[in-house]
Design a protein. Sequence first.
Length: 440
Amino acid sequence: MSAVRRVCTGLAVAGVCFGSCAGPGDPSASPTPGPTWPAPLAWREVDGGPAFYDAFDPTLPAEQRAFPIGVWLESVTDPGDVRLDLAAGLTTYVDLTTDSDLALLDGTGLAALVGREDPRAAGGVLADEVDMWAGAGENGWTGLWPGQGEVCDPANTPCGYTVQAAVRAGLPADALTYANYGKGVAFRLDDAEAARFVNEFADVVSVDTYWFTDPHICGGHEGGMLLAGGQPLTEQECRRPANYGRTVDRVRSLVDPPGSRPVWAFVELGHPFSEDDAPTITGPQVRAAVWSSVIHGARGVVYFNHSFGGACESFHLLREACGADVRPWVADVNRQLTALGPALAAPFLDGAVLADGPVDTAVKVDGGTQYLLAAATGDGAATVRFDLRCAADGTVTVLGEDRALALVDGAFTDTFVDGLAVHLYRYDHAPDAAPGCAAP
């Protein structure tokens, strides 16, 4: 008998024993407790299902359906425009200007959604931010647009539902359609009013809330309505990438039936407000905003490509020299989104990760591979432990960072250097690790 066992035996006779005395296989040994999982495992298809876009004609090309990457209100008048946009990783034009020539897209792989009938279009676009300039109502529409005169009839009554219905009626009946909304759907309208905009007119929806650059969004009557019960937000609370994910959550919560249609993210690239002292978004902020949106369920992204103030006034930030600071970041995140297209279209495995730290997470399973998407939600550096219950021990590849971590006993730890940090992990899926890990 070993010295430890002899000591333990003697102490046990006296009615005393300590954890270090328990030998291998001893019934008195206490195993290290594992994590307490707050929710059961649940498989969840992407919103609308992986074949959503197949139901429309015209619709997005097959190679774009995993995760469309769009740009808002660009113009295409020269082949050079197309080359620059391809280099930035774009796949989809959303509401091209009326002087654009869609024939320039032939054979390029790029597609366009437009607000008019065009035989080359991949779908239609409804009125933009109509929730803000026409309101939630079904009074008459004069046919005029903001800045042209009275929009609704009678004047000063809401007619936004009428506008969307009229615009939709002017597009091909079976076409894929898209609509973007603003602060009405995001903050100001009640759920029933906002849900009509989201559900009744377009097939795909988004909402633009520019958390990093809007000089007014931190107020209690705007962002505070969504995040703080109508109280104003501090700059620290307001200027966070996680709030882009919260916007996606808001829109997805209005979709009826739940999960039945895709929600796209909307992210600004420059200085979209005329006030020169308003913030200008940075490249790291763009990346963090996009990935927060993806983690929260966005199935595509549209970039607002215009700056109306600051040091770089432009309608073509992904083409012109004054967008040079942000363009490499956008191109890089777009390359990642495209490369991960199959994974982004694959099901979520909810409840498969427990993160001990200030991060948002999502787990996707593509065949025998799991992807963990993690984005910081705090403001400073943090070390985060991830416990995984459907993962095989082994190597965790950190995508795009040329490094790897070890997954041991279902867990690994990583560092998030600041509130903009995002890490994307790939490792082997273990379908037999626990009940519910195998795809249904």
